[in-house]
Design a protein around this ligand. Structure first.
Ligand code: TRP
Length: 448
């Protein structure tokens, strides 16, 4: 396949690894993974999650990067091009397009939560959690969500940083930002684990996460873990596809994908190791779900010496993680607007981010004025889009990517692109052809 020069290229493989890791590491690692671990009984969930990453998430991650690089174009163009090369219909463009739509919807809700983290950096620094009762901390978060102007302010702030980075382009924008964000994120999470080590609840936290209790593994934790393995690796939003398109031809995709998945998992585990020791040290509940980070942890930050700094570091970690993800959600759409519609990058970036920003209003209003406005009887815009994306679009998109890589693309092309040892390639191909699609269907079947 000839290489078109219209699409950019990362300055190095390492840059790609950092960018993809920055995409994968997000609120999912530092916020969702720990609260799910708390909710689904700790270590048993962790084990199932690791298995899902290895056998379902990773093979599909490889598939998505491969499709992007083979296509060497923006998502909808790439899925069309690669299908045509294998004598299939050019209508496969909609697969890449589907990913872009998912990214678009997803960022409209993701940005709201990212805004909360930015606001909580400031609150930690201001000492808002010191000398107040747990009830007041909980109330503080509830009041925050009730104030649409506050939410708008932080949502705007977050989208502005995102657009400024994306508008500057691959080398000047993405690479420069990612080059310090991702290392910074690792540094912070390591400092936080170091701090947790010094707390009396450390061993209890570790035991909670790693002591294996096979009896606790049930279908519910299985479903949650599978869904999360897609979510955490940023599969099915065309993000990995466009990042793959910028990857040099000689790079070994499978090896790189293993590195990305490993780094992503490490951050999730480290985040848990930073959080649970605090939860146990201060005798807080570990199974409160989504409010773990915004209601439970601030209690610990308020009580511990130097909690303002630790808290600010923690929320900065979340913010950086969310930012790496958001730029990878805007980029596929921007690349497509540039390639397909000849737009200038800056225009494409502001247009995409502007539309997402506007759609975000619905998400932020659903916490206050539109709280009672229920779609189909019981979903607010936020819960609807969140559920639609995590429970439907990501699994379906992941399954379609597997089917595309396994059935639509000719064997010789995927073999050529992946350059894997034959036995490993056979395993990968078996998984994407049979195992992953069936796994998704079975899981969907059980859960509905
Ligand atoms: N992986 C991100 C996280 O862990 C969330 C996410 C899912 C995502 N799909 C994505 C981010 C696509 C960027 C692109 O929080």
């Amino acid at each position: 396949m000839t290489k078109s020069s219209s699409i950019g290229q990362w300055s190095s493989r390492w840059m790609f690894i950092m960018a993809a890791t920055g995409s994968a590491v997000g609120l999912g690692n530092v916020w969702k993974f720990p609260y799910m671990t708390g909710q689904y009984g700790g270590s048993s969930f962790v084990i199932v999650y690791l298995l899902c990453i290895l056998f379902v998430g990773l093979p599909i991650l490889i598939a998505e990067i491969m499709i992007g690089r083979r296509g060497n174009a923006s998502p909808a163009e790439a899925t069309a091009k690669v299908a045509i090369e294998s004598n299939r219909s050019r209508h496969w463009w909609w697969l890449g397009f589907f990913g872009m739509i998912t990214a678009f919807l997803f960022l409209s809700v993701y940005s709201i939560v990212a805004g909360w983290t930015a606001s909580y950096v400031l609150r930690s620094l201001q000492g808002s959690f010191v000398g107040v009762t747990p009830d007041q901390i909980s109330q503080m978060f509830d009041d925050f969500l009730k104030d649409p102007w506050q939410l708008l302010l932080w949502h705007t702030f977050f989208m502005l940083i995102t657009v400024v980075i994306v508008a500057r382009g691959l080398k000047e924008g993405l690479e420069k930002a990612i080059g310090w964000m991702v290392p910074g994120l690792f540094l912070i999470v390591i400092i936080l684990v170091g701090y947790a080590l010094s707390t009396p609840g450390f061993m209890e936290g570790i035991k909670f996460m790693f002591r294996i209790d096979w009896a606790a593994i049930d279908t519910k934790s299985f479903l949650a873990a599978l869904g999360h393995s897609f979510f955490t690796l940023s599969i099915a939003t065309a993000s990995m596809m466009i990042y793959g398109a910028y990857l040099e031809r000689k790079a070994k995709i499978a090896k790189i994908a293993v590195t990305i998945a490993t780094l992503d998992t490490l951050v999730a585990l480290f985040a848990g190791m930073a959080i649970f020791p605090l939860v146990f040290t201060y005798g807080l509940p570990h199974d409160q779900g989504p409010s773990l980070v915004f209601k439970t942890l601030p209690i610990a930050f308020g009580e511990m010496p130097g909690g303002g700094i630790i808290g600010a570091l923690f929320f900065t970690l979340l913010l950086l993680a969310a930012l790496g993800s958001s730029i990878s959600l805007v980029e596929p759409i921007v690349a497509w607007l540039i390639e397909r519609w000849n737009m200038r990058r800056a225009v494409a970036a502001w247009l995409t981010s502007g539309l997402i920003w506007v759609l975000g209003f619905a998400a932020l209003l659903s916490f206050n004025y539109w709280e009672d406005l229920k779609l189909f009887g019981h979903w607010t815009y936020y819960t609807f889009v969140d559920g639609l994306v995590s429970l439907v679009l990501l699994p379906v998109g992941g399954m379609l990517l597997a089917i595309y890589a396994g059935w639509v693309m000719k064997r010789k092309y995927s073999e050529e692109e992946l350059m894997m040892p034959p036995w490993l390639y056979s395993i990968w191909r078996f998984i994407v052809r049979y195992f992953s699609p069936i796994a998704v269907i079975v899981i969907a079947w059980i859960s509905f």
